[in-house]
Design a protein around this ligand. Structure first.
Ligand SMILES: [Zn+2]
Length: 100
């Protein structure tokens, strides 16, 4: 494999295994901001609904496809915690994700 465009697949077996399926289920959109990855030229990342370091699994059921911005905002929260966080920080979320 010498194609640079596929380098990340080599180092991310989880992504290689599940990303197509996640994108199909999520209609090609980020789970949180719902921007379309292709339309907005975003690179989808794998998020663990329950973070690995907090006991979350690598199983498909624990995964989402997120844009980089949403993934970095979610940090190590579980999905339930992130919903709570967003309910208190809606303006911040929109400002960071969509700009002013
Ligand atoms: Zn997003």
């Amino acid at each position: 494999m010498t194609d640079k465009g596929t380098d990340h697949f080599i180092h991310n077996p989880l992504r290689r295994k599940y990303m197509d399926r996640l994108l199909a289920v999520q209609d090609g959109r980020c789970f949180w901001c719902e921007r379309n990855f292709k339309q907005h030229d975003l690179y989808p990342q794998i998020d663990h609904r329950r973070p690995r370091r907090r006991g979350g699994s690598n199983r498909y059921e624990n995964l989402r496809a997120l844009c980089k911005t949403c993934n970095s905002q979610k940090q190590s929260r579980t999905e339930a915690e992130h919903i709570m966080w967003m309910s208190r920080n809606t303006e911040k979320f929109y400002r960071v994700v969509f700009g002013d």
